[in-house]
Design a protein around this ligand. Structure first.
Ligand code: AMP
Ligand code: ZN
Length: 113
């Protein structure tokens, strides 16, 4: 499996890991776009949001709740943060393993570019 994020899960590629359990891994983005920029991923390979099935409802909930927990740890839960799942070309998805971007620690603009 050549997927970069699967390699991070298997520790074949190093990452700055901030959280891990049986199903979820979170690590700092290598090219941070905000003071907090963490990627929260399922350990199981799922390519895009388009590939989710009802069986994945629990893991998507876990990704969301883990993002909120990391935001709370960083002290940005009340001030605010953004979560993004880029999906396919027009959104700029570059790694085909779903990942929740947690961005915070600065004010965000809307709409995004
Ligand atoms: P996306 O463009 O939504 O697919 O996001 C992919 C993200 O992965 C980008 O923000 C990259 O900076 C990040 N990224 C790429 N390689 C690594 C890596 N080895 N470790 C951590 N983050 C990475
Ligand atoms: Zn993968």
């Amino acid at each position: 499996m050549s997927c970069l994020f699967c390699k991070i899960v298997r520790r074949e590629v190093p990452a700055s890991i901030v959280y891990e359990d049986d199903r979820v891994l979170a690590f700092n983005d290598i090219n941070p776009q905000a003071p907090t920029h963490v990627l929260v991923i399922p350990k199981r390979h799922i390519e895009t949001l388009n590939d989710l099935t009802p069986d994945d409802d629990q893991i998507v909930g876990e990704l969301s709740r883990r993002a909120a927990a990391i935001a709370a740890e960083r002290g940005i839960a009340a001030s605010g943060y953004r979560v993004v799942f880029n999906t396919n070309r027009d959104a700029g998805q570059t790694v085909s393993h779903i990942h929740l971007h947690l961005l915070g620690g600065r004010s965000m603009e809307w709409p995004p570019g």
